[in-house]
Ligand binder design. Structure first.
Ligand SMILES: CC(C)(COP(=O)(O)OP(=O)(O)OC[C@H]1O[C@@H](n2cnc3c(N)ncnc32)[C@H](O)[C@@H]1OP(=O)(O)O)[C@@H](O)C(=O)NCCC(=O)NCCS
Length: 143
């Protein structure tokens, strides 16, 4: 089931991020990013647990995919594709015309997935990530 994150889910997000990435954002930081800034975060709930999530920042008439993640044990099962499809349908119903995202040029798995879903390259941002890798900017028209 894909559903929008609410304040009640903050503890689970915090816990999952802690398990996956070690010490991470505080509950307050997660709350301010998701709830207070009104960005949308949708997550894939399987057996009552968060198995993947997608974060959207809407700035009409376009929207950015700020984050997308599937927990390792659930990868290659279509979770990210389902989240992206859900996000794009939601944005389309809000009359958003295009979706933009950045992905590391070294992240072949994600680039492959976005290409499969019809995203096309717009350009490159040099040294975009902390490890010095470049970002490819990808875009998909929703209209
Ligand atoms: C990238 C990521 C979100 C994909 O999630 P997922 O739930 O496994 O993706 P899906 O199962 O929907 O896969 C969709 C397609 O993406 C491509 N893909 C996904 N993982 C891949 C891999 N490891 N190698 C090659 N292609 C891959 C495939 O084309 C796949 O379709 P297929 O399984 O029918 O061949 C996941 O690997 C992840 O969380 N990575 C770490 C975070 C990240 O890189 N996020 C994206 C930042 S922009």
């Amino acid at each position: 089931m894909i559903r929008k994150v609410t304040e009640h889910d903050l503890f689970m997000i915090h816990q999952t991020e802690g398990q996956l990435f070690g010490p991470h954002d505080s509950m307050e930081a997660i709350k301010s990013a998701i709830i207070d800034r009104k960005d949308s975060l949708y997550f894939m709930d399987i057996d009552g647990k968060m198995r993947g999530y997608i974060g959207l920042h809407v700035n009409a008439p376009s929207a950015d995919i700020a984050t997308l993640f599937t927990v390792p044990a659930y990868r290659r099962k279509g979770v990210a594709t389902a989240l992206l499809t859900h996000a794009m349908n939601t944005l389309k119903s809000m009359n958003i015309e295009q979706v933009i995202l950045e992905v590391s040029t070294t992240n072949h798995a994600a680039i492959h997935m976005y290409q499969k879903l019809g995203f096309t390259p717009m350009g490159t941002r040099k040294n975009y990530y902390p490890d010095g890798s470049d970002a490819r900017v990808l875009m998909k028209e929703l209209t």
